[in-house]
Design a protein around this ligand. Structure first.
Ligand code: ATP
Ligand code: MG
Length: 652
């Protein structure tokens, strides 16, 4: 049963409600993490639809990941609102480009190429530039940056120089030559890339008044989440969608700009009120996500932030009840760190915290490997997000080829999308029952089963979805590197964690060289690293555990330093709890001494021996953490402890 328009507003605080009821004209919400920006825009749409002011099909809600779009649709559905287009820029653009291209240019939109690497290799060869795989990757990202920033090959050297982009191993003129050749190769082979899709959609709107009129008649109300990450090309598209109108609501947090290396810029957010002098600008300060202990760490990071975002000094005010202090743990090496984290995670799960409420976040994709190993050894279910190898797996590639073939063959069945996909994937080895045992066969099945589950999900979302719609969801997922979800501990890069939240968050590898990353040279680049850490910290609702490793592999020289960003965050005089090296544990374990039942470290004092564990045991959990997580998980307690906005409106 749909919620009433009033009920949708009742769960917002006064500022959120002001934003949700301001339905005309430009609206901008500038606010920190966890203040309810996403909730506010979702409820704004629901309120407008349920009160009869907007028709759902006239709303375009733009998000930056497919997952965020899916979550917004699910949330709207819970509120009884169906039919709103919640999409990524890419998916909205692809739909429009595919639909209108033939009308205007009398030919199909060329196929979209998923990976640039093949064309980059060919382009480099034409330019007689020798380049290995990492080099090709770097060139591909640089071309991506140039394209989303509206930079042409000819202009690249001058602009790259001006904005200080330096690509290791290539001078700007070489990059420009490869870029030009890449465009040549791509065109010759008859493809468009992901950036071209946005450019094509923009070109259609700019070239054809008929298309522009049709699209503008369809979409009348625009909402953009995570607006601090909009790129110049996306902004162009947004402007073309809007035309002369200004019925747009944007929300963002300039302190969460973490994609500027890829062309995102917070200047559109920060200058929104300049471009739209009649805009209603709303600030939100109450943090509904995290405990005061986590918020204190976030505020400390905000206070030290430099750069454009610091123009709007925000301080978050925690609304949640007290929780445990964040922990800071030093490990001798990455293996010990991964094992320490896995042990802690295992303990949380044993004590009743659902795996999906736990995340381990890190800076670079490569860091997941050692964690995956530690999790696998302990049979802890996990899923890797962001660093996704999913769409690179051979069985997934094969499945995509089969699905495309079925689409071309015009395969249809009245059993719906789920049945279509099951039938096609049966040819690739999918069976209704999982095969016995572990290993490669099982893994292959898991991948295919994830695709089947995703098809069901898409069909549930949109009962009219067909194979083509499903393939475009897959293309988009492959592009944004998000995997189908399941129930497991989330392992993700900080970049992939944006907008999400978990009860317990572990930030791994917070040492110099990783955060800030070694190649962050300029002050601006270092600031982006600080923002990444801020994004990580603000994902935690209750429990935040930060750790670092002094060396990479066990036994190697401990040459690393904890991240400079931690200097002011750690409690004074606390170098972090020290954990033993895996090596040390094994050596000492051969002697017959009393050992800690949790971390295996020898016990030195009578008190420790009595407790059966070391007093500063890195593997042990403060009972307060369990207590906090437990009461958090109990739904009833959760309801009672979530402060109702009325409570503090009385006070303020
Ligand atoms: P981010 O910047 O990380 O994207 P956000 O500002 O979009 O964060 P939301 O994800 O919308 O924040 O909200 C954070 C959490 O706080 C969510 O769990 C949300 O349900 C909750 N929340 C938001 N507003 C309120 C409110 N008025 N009362 C209770 N809970 C709220
Ligand atoms: Mg959000």
């Amino acid at each position: 049963r749909p919620a009433s328009a009033d009920a949708v507003l009742a769960v917002l605080d006064p500022e959120q409600r002001q934003a949700a009821t301001c339905l005309d004209g430009p609206v901008c919400i500038l606010a920190g993490a966890g203040t309810g920006k996403t909730r506010t825009i979702t409820h704004r749409i629901a309120y407008a639809v349920l009160s009869g002011r907007w028709r759902p099909q006239n709303v375009l809600a733009v998000t930056f990941t497919t997952r965020a779009a899916g979550e917004m649709r699910a949330r709207l559905r819970e509120l009884g609102v169906a039919g709103v287009q919640a999409r990524t820029f890419h998916s909205a653009a692809l739909r429009q480009a595919r639909y209108f291209w033939p009308q205007v240019y009398r030919t199909e939109l060329p196929p979209v190429v998923e990976s640039k690497l093949r064309f980059v290799a060919e382009a480099a060869a034409r330019c007689r530039v020798t380049v290995d795989l990492p080099g090709r990757r770097d060139l591909a990202s640089e071309i991506e940056w140039a394209k989303v920033s509206n930079v042409r090959p000819d202009d690249y050297p001058a602009i790259a120089e001006k904005v200080g982009r330096r690509l290791a191993g290539f001078d700007p003129v070489t990059v420009a030559r490869v870029f030009a050749a890449y465009e040549e190769v791509r065109r010759e082979q008859g493809y468009v890339d992901l950036e071209d899709v946005l450019l094509c959609a923009a070109a259609l709107l700019a070239d054809s008044p008929k298309v522009a009129a049709e699209v503008r008649a369809q979409y009348r109300h625009f909402v953009v989440d995570e607006y601090q990450d909009v790129s110049p090309v996306q902004q162009t598209l947004l402007d073309l969608w809007l035309g002369e109108r200004s019925d747009i609501c944007v929300v963002g947090d300039a302190n969460q700009t973490i994609y500027s290396f890829a062309g995102a810029t917070p200047s559109y957010l920060l200058n929104f009120a300049v471009r739209h002098p009649d805009a209603t600008v709303i600030r939100l300060e109450r943090d509904y996500r995290s405990t005061p202990q986590v918020v204190r760490v976030a505020n400390q990071l905000l206070a030290e932030a430099q750069g454009p975002a610091s123009r709007y000094r925000l301080t978050l005010r925690a609304q949640r009840p007290d929780g445990p202090e964040p922990t800071f743990t030093e490990y001798p090496d990455e293996v010990a760190e991964a094992e320490g984290i896995a042990r802690s995670v295992g303990e949380l799960i044993r004590r009743g915290v659902p795996p999906r409420e736990i995340a381990v976040l890190f800076r670079t994709n490569a860091q997941s490997e050692v964690l995956e190993q530690a999790f696998a050894e302990r049979d802890i279910p996990y899923l890797v997000r962001g660093a996704e190898r999913f769409f690179d797996r051979p069985e997934v590639r094969e499945a995509l080829v089969l699905l495309r073939g079925a689409l071309r063959a015009g395969e249809r069945s009245d059993a719906g999308l789920g049945a279509d996909v099951r039938a096609v994937l049966a040819a690739a080895g999918w069976t209704p029952q999982a095969p016995q045992g572990s290993g490669a066969v099982r893994e292959r099945w898991e991948s295919l089963a994830a695709l089947v589950a995703l098809a069901d999900d898409v069909a549930r979302d949109d009962p009219t979805a067909d194979l083509e719609a499903f393939l475009s969801v897959l293309d988009e997922r492959a592009a944004t590197q998000h995997a189908p979800t399941g129930d497991g501990v989330t392992l993700a890069t900080l970049h992939a964690a944006k907008g999400l939240e978990w009860d317990a968050v572990f930030l791994a590898g917070v040492h110099e060289g990783v955060i800030p990353i070694s190649y962050a040279e300029t002050a601006e680049q270092v600031e982006e690293e600080r923002r990444l850490l801020y994004v990580g910290v603000t994902r935690a609702r209750v429990h935040l555990a930060i750790s670092w490793a002094l060396a990479r592999v066990p036994g190697s020289r401990a040459h690393r330093q904890p991240s400079r960003f931690l200097d002011s965050l750690r409690p004074r005089g606390d170098a972090g709890r020290r954990a033993p090296s895996a090596d040390g544990v094994r050596r000492k374990a051969t002697k017959t001494v009393a050992r800690c039942r949790r971390c295996d470290r020898p016990l030195h004092t009578a008190t420790e021996r009595k407790l059966g564990r070391c007093v500063d045991c890195p593997a042990s959990y403060d009972e307060r953490i369990f207590a906090a997580l437990k009461s958090w998980r109990s739904d009833q307690a959760r309801e009672q402890r979530v402060p109702d906005y009325c409570v503090f409106t009385d006070a303020t």
